[in-house]
Write a protein of this length. Structure first.
Length: 376
């Protein structure tokens, strides 16, 4: 498809970003690309106590945007012949997924969340509005597990031990981090190395990313913001969780990156420089999936599809972990890209029924994203 050349309105982007900060977001930073132009911006503070400002080059926990990296690594192994996309996972991991489920659930079903395996978070632990603490509905339990090292097999077992969310292959699928932890175990089996090293070698380095990786420690090297979790008003004032052991999500949501690295990654991916055209076509085969917040999204193999009427189709992913939120989207023709990071999440306070209520940040952030992706 021919690239649609267009220019960026820096003043409008600046104004819209400032609007998110004024609405209550402590800090956010973004990179927007259109044609050959690049806009980098930041608004607000990285530390509410000291007033240290955010900067667009800061590293950030990107949450489930990690899933695109993991999916690309799996597709690389499909291309090499080590993994069959429609083979049962029980062929590779019979101990982890034994019996009939192992025979019926395929690698593709793990990638597109149609396996029927429950997410270990809301099913293994009591949840709050779909975003649970690790052990109970309390901020204290998040703190209690800040430095806990979870084994992926332990978490996978929790997901498999919970009631199935549906029959293997059935639509709509149900989003599950357990699927991507299983894919991590699959990658380790067929490559003989850790999933972190494999994704680094086969995807991150291939894309030429300099500030993306799986931290081996609970903290982040290089300049970064504090990351504030509000847990729908249960943590007031919001608490910093930029230091956290990310073994609770691993290859499902454990990466750290920058907004510039994310735009580069998706640019390289959609240009066919990480996986081949056939694999990319498989990644873009979508169907309905129920996300953790209960909304239905169009999901492929590690990719979201978003249609914006009058402005085209966009591909990418979003992600949220304790205190950090990220969105990275690229228009189908490659002519427009946005990656944005925010340092406060779950800002919507809940009503007496536990339903998160609208907040001014919602509208302001949507307006910024629309300005970035659509130009108005």
């Amino acid at each position: 498809m021919e690239l649609q050349l267009e220019s960026l309105d820096a003043a409008a982007l600046r104004s819209a970003m400032d609007g998110v900060h004024r609405a209550g977001m402590p800090g956010l930073y973004a990179e927007v690309r259109a044609g050959g132009e690049v806009w980098l911006g930041a608004a607000g503070v990285a530390d509410v106590a000291t007033g240290r400002p955010v900067a667009p080059g800061m590293r950030h926990r990107i949450g489930s945007v990690t899933k695109t990296f993991t999916a690309a690594a799996v597709l690389r192994q499909v291309e090499s012949g080590r993994i069959e996309l429609d083979a049962p996972i029980g062929r590779y991991l019979p101990t982890l997924v034994p019996g009939e489920r192992g025979e019926r659930i395929t690698v593709r079903m793990l990638l597109n969340h149609t396996s029927g395996i429950a997410d270990y978070l809301p099913y293994a632990f009591p949840s709050f509005a779909g975003f649970p603490s690790l052990l109970e509905i309390s901020p204290e339990s998040i703190d209690d597990n800040r430095f806990r090292r979870f084994l992926p097999t332990e978490l996978i077992g929790m997901g498999l031990g919970a009631p199935a969310t549906g029959e293997p292959g059935a639509r709509p699928g149900v989003y599950s981090n357990a699927n991507y932890l299983l894919l991590g175990q699959l990658l380790e089996l067929v490559t003989g190395t850790t999933v972190e090293r494999q994704i680094t070698r086969d995807v991150i380095q291939r894309a030429g990313l300099r500030h993306t990786g799986f931290p081996a420690v609970p903290y982040i090297d290089e300049p970064h913001s504090r990351m504030y979790e509000a847990l729908y008003g249960l943590i007031d004032p919001p608490r910093d969780y930029s230091v956290y052991n990310m073994s609770w999500v691993g290859p499902a949501a454990g990466l750290v990156s920058t907004v510039s690295d994310l735009n580069r990654f998706y640019d390289k991916l959609f240009a066919g420089e990480i996986v081949g055209d056939s694999s990319l076509a498989q990644m873009r085969r979508t169907g309905p999936v129920i996300a953790l917040d209960g909304k239905t999204i169009e999901y492929g193999l590690g990719l979201h599809k978003v249609e914006i009427p009058g402005h085209g189709t966009f591909w990418g992913h979003d992600g949220t972990v304790w205190g950090a939120g990220t969105v990275s989207m690229t228009r189908a023709d490659g002519g427009r890209q946005l990656s944005v990071a925010v340092n406060l999440v779950r800002w919507n306070k809940a009503d007496s029924a536990g339903v998160p209520q609208p907040h001014p940040i919602d509208a302001a952030l949507a307006a910024f994203q629309r300005q970035a992706l659509c130009g108005r």
